[in-house]
Design a protein around this ligand. Structure first.
Ligand code: AP5
Length: 215
């Protein structure tokens, strides 16, 4: 099964993708994570992308489609969760063509609906484990033991450079301008399923599971 998680910054795409990896054995493909890894590994592309990301703008279609193309070369039995990709109509067309080349298709698109006020508080409280990437929140999902990652026991945590008020404003603008047209695009293809992303993490997972079980 190939699944797209669509939603604005902070909607909970990464959180739900990790739950689906555990519950359904799907492989998570997050273009945001791939771009941050490229920066950490010191590549020229990574540095250029980081400047764009810190401003809250979208990285070029060419770069992100190239990253996804590489990942699709290694097949994954159960399928993929596309987290934060596609983000433009051009990326959506490219994904369709890439999957088609591998004899596959998009099976469902989950649109996670969350209002802007909730997004601001989610983004400003987010922190992740520097070792395993587990995602936490100061108020809604703190670590069980303060300062220790529940998943790997790591004690170092990071906050993203683009999780600030100015960058978030730009990220939201980019979402509404360039990514939200994908709602109509996938609706027209009969693939769109909306879920209320405002509920608690477990409630959102249950709603997504209900959609997937009906496919
Ligand atoms: P990316 O890393 O994809 O960021 P994003 O889309 O802005 O999404 P986030 O990771 O901020 O949020 P999320 O929806 O995953 O929420 P999360 O689960 O963490 O992209 C970053 C940048 O990279 C882009 O701005 C762009 O520059 C570039 N980029 C990436 N892909 C690109 C592409 N395809 N094309 C071009 N450029 C691209 O949750 C957020 C917080 O809320 C967490 O603290 C979590 O614990 C908490 N939370 C989650 N769910 C709930 C809940 N139900 N209730 C309460 N709290 C919750």
């Amino acid at each position: 099964m190939n699944l797209i998680l669509l939603g604005p910054p902070g909607a909970g795409k990464g959180t739900q993708a990790k739950i689906l990896v555990e519950s359904r054995g799907l492989a998570q493909l997050s273009t945001g994570d791939m771009l941050r890894e490229a920066k950490t590994s010191g590549t020229e592309m990574g540095h250029r992308a980081a400047e764009v990301m810190n401003r809250g703008q979208l990285v070029s279609d060419e770069i992100v489609v190239g990253l996804i193309e590489e990942k699709l070369e290694a097949p994954h039995g159960a399928g993929f969760i596309f987290d934060g990709f596609p983000r433009t109509l051009a990326q959506a067309d490219a994904l369709g063509a890439l999957l088609d080349r591998h004899g596959q298709e998009v099976d469902a698109v989950i649109e996670m609906r969350v209002d802007d006020a909730a997004l601001v508080s989610r983004i400003s409280g987010r922190f992740t484990c520097a070792t395993c990437g587990a995602v936490y929140h100061d108020e809604t999902k703190p670590t069980a033991k303060p300062g220790v990652c529940d998943v790997c026991g790591g004690t170092e945590f990071i906050r993203r450079a683009d999780d600030n008020a100015d960058a978030l404003k730009q990220r939201l603008l980019e979402y509404y301008k360039k990514t939200s047209p994908l709602v109509g695009y996938y609706h027209a293809k009969g693939l769109l399923h909306g879920v209320d992303g405002l509920g608690e993490i477990g409630a959102v997972s249950a709603e997504i599971a209900k959609v997937l079980d009906k496919l």
